[in-house]
Design a binder for this molecule. Sequence first.
Ligand SMILES: Nc1ncnc2c1ncn2[C@@H]1O[C@H](COP(=O)(O)OP(=O)(O)OP(=O)(O)O)[C@@H](O)[C@H]1O
Ligand SMILES: [Mg+2]
Length: 323
Amino acid sequence: MSGALLDIRGLSVHFHTPEGIGRAVESVSLSIAPGETLGLVGESGCGKSVTALAVVGLVPSPPGRIVAGEASFEGKELLRAAPDSLRRIRGREIGMIFQEPMTALNPVLTIGRQVAEPLVTHLGMSRTEALKKAARWLDRVRIPSAEKRLGAYPHELSGGMRQRVMIAMAMICRPRLLIADEPTTALDVTLQRQILSLMVGLKSELGSSMLLITHDLGVVAQTAGRVAVMYAGRVVETAGVRPLFAEPLHPYTQGLLQCMPRLGAGSGRLHEIPGTVPAATEPISGCPFAGRCPAVFDRCRNEAPVLATVRLGRQVSCWLYMN
Ligand SMILES: Nc1ncnc2c1ncn2[C@@H]1O[C@H](COP(=O)(O)OP(=O)(O)OP(=O)(O)O)[C@@H](O)[C@H]1O
Ligand SMILES: [Mg+2]
């Protein structure tokens, strides 16, 4: 799509494992427009995180390898970029927020030092100046007595506070794109909502785009403008949030929505569709969902459908919609 901030085309990522080649991501195409929030959803293991890691050059290699595709970000090709230029892009032009702040934060460095770091590294700011700005950002993410917290260590903060610190770190250089991978999954429902609305508010203030990865459709309904549904390493449906919830096309998306206890309840776990996802190492000849699909017919087992535009703004990869 032209005019996209991030345009991923035909991305495939494989892992070489003792069980064989794991096709974690297969021919994934996604694009995010400036200012847009794209929700990326699907069951555990469907390739959401690997897709995001590939974009920022963080797929562990070995065992992982990007075997195909392109990802253009503001005209720069990311998948073939040198490690140095990716390091410059990460944290400056692309901010990242992960589920577990304890693994992303350095336990032996103060909060102030860590929040200020991107300003020093990427923007060449002096440490004093960067610390002042860090204090302002801690305040912006609603950490009480921000200035005093500069000297605190990660373990001295609660989980919710640590997640706020991560948000400050991810946003302090005003990135054009935020990648948030299950940013609120580890938190209780009330905190989840607070943190989500904080993220969304700051994102809009900065005018950034966001790739929001979650298995929780309630989170997507609250936050995203458009959704891409992944299954077994592939994108099986994309649509605007409203049309998707009003009329899911892919039988897998329909299953996911049926599994949601209540829209916006914030606990839409996705493990209740009968059957299991094929292993990434399992060869698939037809549609990867065929084995679990209530609407399966012969063609589905033998021929793989491709993602196709079936109506305005909607794409689906399903033989039900092709003639
Ligand atoms: N380091 C690795 N080595 C081998 N296989 C891997 C590795 N990292 C990911 N995979 C495989 O890639 C596939 C996609 O994993 P990914 O982490 O992207 O799933 P996910 O959709 O983010 O799931 P979750 O919702 O649990 O976070 C899985 O089959 C997983 O086992
Ligand atoms: Mg993941």
